[in-house]
Each structure stands twice: as structure tokens, then as C-alpha cells.
Design a protein around this ligand. Structure first.
Ligand code: C2E
Ligand code: CA
Ligand code: CA
Length: 406
């Protein structure tokens, strides 16, 4: 008998045909899986899941079924955060299987494969092995609940002003003084609690809602700049712009008129844009970015190192700052390879005359390394996690000395 797959031990099979069900269950057993149950359509499967103390590791799901078919079942599983790994099993054509597989991934559910009936143990074993090799190096299978939001929820949140700005300090490495903050959006959902940007920004971008969120973030940021100034603290603030913002010609005008009305100097505002976003449409991006720069805004290359742009491409855009992506910074003091990459990024910034920021600095050792390598600014949990605007001044009072001593 083949060795059972450690992270995929239990399974339920969902198929309206009793014979297919029994056959698939036998093949699963042959492959070392423990069959916890079988269901005859989607609704039956959901009832079965409800009656179980925990989710099965794997669900084998047929597509054509009466009452609730496989596709509706998958949608329901995603909506209700039931994250078993899925294996689609159907008699339908390969092209359909492959698009269902893509759909499952788009819902954020783990997918083992989409196979044609009848199931056989060689194919199942091969699919499980491929899945294990894909999943194991990162982390064992975890059923991590993901917050599911709809476009209507986002619209509602914009109208009801449920988004708030959190701020994470950017610190000068040479002396531990605060240079400014980055504004990061948070969604204070009345029932679901705090929702983080990765769970709604992509959907907001896709449905043309990010423009409104950006302007709300700017509005809150301008309010807090004024508040901090009333305590004698003049800071710079970074605002994140999505790729779509660069091709949105009205945005520049709206941003600069809001900043002007608030009596804030554009020099105090930096706009962060990922290199991938810029490269998506260089000509239009250049137009937008050049206009922002002309008006005096700072421009930062975000997540530097994760895209594929060359220095020559980047040098055409009037950036003022380069932010080295967290994936290079975190652990750089323990890996020569990471240290090398960070060093190249710092050199690039220096050659281009840009101020250099390291993101995601979590340890004193990484902090020290960046300082030694000549990086200008650090941002990360070692200094502070993002915080509400009112927490910033108390934070400076209580943590300022610790940072100056680093
Ligand atoms: P980003 O622009 O790269 O922002 C940095 C992210 O890294 C933030 O996550 C921040 O909380 C996190 N971070 C900072 N220091 C550390 C650290 O030391 N360790 C670790 N593990 N993480 C750290 P957050 O706030 O969840 O934001 C995620 C992404 O969402 C941002 O990545 C940005 O791309 C996007 N985003 C956030 N706010 C906005 C916004 O207002 N507009 C747009 N368009 N995108 C936004
Ligand atoms: Ca950013
Ligand atoms: Ca970043």
C-alpha cells in the first residue's frame, strides 16, 4: 500500500452516482486516504460537513449533479471559508475541467487537480504527490479563514466611511529620528471587525473603486498631518497608489487640489507606486508621474526588487525614493545572498540619486546591517506596527529613545 500523504489524510467524495462514489472511495483507500463519508450532491455535502467535527483534508467533487452542482458547491465552500483541498472529478471535457480548476484557485481554495472519470489510483497518487510537493515547502496545509467581501460591501464601506488610515513610521537609520509615516488602509467593518488591505484592495481595483478609497485615504492623511502639526511635528506621509491610478488622468488634479486646499506642501506627500504598476503602461504612467513630480510630490518605487525593470527603465521616471521589498530585507543579516541583493538595491538608489528605504525590518541585526550598508531609512515592526493617527505622538514619546539607541 502506498504511504499516506501526511497533510492529506482524510477525504469525502461528492458524486450523484452511487457506483462512481463507491469506486472513487475504493481508489482513495488504495491510495492510503481515510474516507470519512460520501455525498450525493452539493447540498448533501454541506450537510455532511456540518455534521463532522472538523473539515476533511480533501474533497473529491463531481461537476454535474442534481439540486446543487459542483460549481455551486465550490462557491458555497469559498463563501463559508471551508478550506478543504479540492479534487475535481468529472466526465466532462478537459477544457471545462481546466477552467473549473482556475475558478477554484481564483476563489482562493487549495486545488489538487481536475481529473477525468473514472478515477484510478495511479492518477490520484500522482496528483497527490504533485500537490504535496507544491504545498509542503511553504507550510503544511492550514485551513486559514479568509475574510470574504463583496463589491457591494466595498461600495457600502466607501459611502459609510468604514475605511480608516493607519500609519507606520519611517525612521532615519543614522539617528533613529522619525522622517515620516506610510498611510495604510484598514477597514473597520461593523460586524467582521478589522479587515486588512490584501483582502479587499484587489477587488476594489478590479471594480474601479480604488479611486474613491485613495481619495478617502488622502483626506484622512491631510487631517492627521494638521493634527500632528498642531503638536509641532512636521512629517512626510506616503500614500499608496494602485496601478490603475496611473492611467486615471483626473486623479492628479484631484490629489493636488485637495492638498492645496488643506494648505499642505506637496513636498510633504510621497506617492508610492510599485515598479510593476509603472511598467504596465510606461507612456501613460510617465505622464501622470511627471505631472505629480512637477507639482512637487515625492514619488517612491514600492516593492523594489520584485519586478523586472532595469535601472535604465526606472531612470526615465522621476522617482525620489526607492523602497527595498521586505522579502530581501527580512533576514538579510543571516543570509549572504539577501545581503548581496540589499546591497545592490542600495547602490542602485545611490546611483539614481534616490533616498533608500528598507521595508519589513523586524530585528536589530537587520537594522544594524542596513545602517552599515548605508541605507537611509527603515520601516518595519522593529520600530512600530502601523497605528491609528492618535497613537503616533504618544508612540514617539515612549519609543523615541529606544530607536535613537539602536
Ligand atoms: P505595502 O505598500 O508594501 O505596505 C507594507 C506592508 O507591510 C503593510 O501591510 C505593513 O503593515 C507591512 N509591514 C510593515 N512592516 C512590516 C514588518 O516588519 N514585517 C511584516 N511582516 N510586515 C510589515 P498592509 O498594511 O497589510 O498592506 C498590504 C498592502 O496593501 C500594501 O503593501 C499596499 O500594497 C496595499 N495597501 C495598503 N494601503 C493601501 C492604500 O491605501 N491604497 C492602495 N492602493 N494600496 C494599499
Ligand atoms: Ca507601500
Ligand atoms: Ca512595499
Amino acid at each position: 500500500m502506498p504511504t499516506p500523504h501526511p497533510q492529506l489524510k482524510t477525504v469525502i467524495v461528492v458524486d450523484d452516482s452511487k457506483i462512481q462514489n463507491q469506486h472513487a472511495a475504493e481508489v482513495c483507500q488504495d491510495c492510503g486516504l481515510q474516507v470519512l463519508g460520501v455525498a450525493y450532491d452539493g447540498l448533501h455535502a454541506l450537510e455532511l460537513l456540518k455534521s463532522m467535527p472538523s473539515l476533511p483534508d480533501l474533497m473529491i467533487v463531481d461537476l454535474d449533479m442534481p439540486v446543487m452542482d459542483g460549481i455551486s458547491l465550490i462557491q458555497k465552500l469559498a463563501e463559508t471559508n471551508q478550506y478543504s483541498a479540492l479534487l475535481i472529478l468529472s466526465a466532462r471535457e478537459i477544457a471545462l475541467l481546466s477552467s473549473v480548476k482556475t475558478m477554484v484557485k481564483a476563489y482562493g481554495l487549495p486545488v489538487v487537480d481536475a481529473l477525468q472519470k473514472p478515477l484510478n489510483s495511479d492518477e490520484l497518487n500522482a496528483a497527490l504527490t504533485r500537490y504535496r510537493q507544491r504545498v509542503i515547502p511553504k507550510a503544511p496545509l492550514v485551513h486559514q479563514p479568509k475574510v470574504v467581501v463583496t463589491v457591494a460591501d466595498i461600495v457600502h464601506a466607501i459611502v459609510n466611511k468604514e475605511f480608516v488610515a493607519y500609519f507606520q513610521p519611517k525612521i532615519f537609520l543614522k539617528n533613529g529620528m522619525i522622517k515620516g509615516v506610510e498611510a495604510l488602509v484598514r477597514w473597520q467593518h461593523p460586524e467582521k471587525g478589522m479587515i486588512y488591505p490584501d483582502d479587499f484592495i484587489p477587488m476594489a481595483e478590479e471594480h474601479g473603486l480604488i479611486h474613491d478609497i485613495t481619495l478617502q485615504m488622502l483626506e484622512y492623511t491631510l487631517h492627521w498631518l494638521d493634527y500632528w502639526a498642531s503638536y509641532g511635528l512636521t512629517l512626510t506621509v506616503a500614500i499608496n497608489l494602485s496601478a490603475g491610478a496611473l492611467t486615471d488622468l483626473s486623479l492628479v488634479e484631484q490629489i493636488s487640489s485637495m492638498v492645496e486646499k488643506a494648505g499642505v506642501s506637496p513636498k510633504q506627500i510621497t506617492l508610492e507606486i510599485t515598479e510593476t504598476a509603472v511598467m504596465a503602461d510606461v507612456a501613460l504612467s510617465l505622464t501622470t508621474l511627471a505631472r505629480l513630480r512637477l507639482k512637487g510630490f515625492g514619488l517612491s518605487i514600492d516593492d523594489y526588487g520584485t519586478g523586472f525593470s532595469s535601472m535604465q527603465q526606472l531612470s526615465r521616471i522621476p522617482f525620489t525614493e526607492l523602497k527595498i521589498d521586505r522579502s530581501f530585507v527580512d533576514g538579510a543579516s543571516e543570509s549572504l545572498q539577501l545581503e548581496h541583493m540589499v546591497n545592490i538595491a542600495i547602490d542602485t538608489a545611490r546611483t539614481m540619486g534616490l533616498s533608500c528605504v528598507a521595508e519589513g525590518v523586524e530585528t536589530p541585526a537587520d537594522w544594524q546591517l542596513l545602517k552599515d550598508l548605508g541605507c537611509d531609512i527603515a520601516q518595519g515592526y522593529l520600530a512600530a506596527k502601523p497605528m491609528p493617527g492618535e497613537a503616533l505622538i504618544p508612540w514617539i514619546k515612549s519609543e523615541g529613545k529606544r530607536l535613537r539607541d539602536l
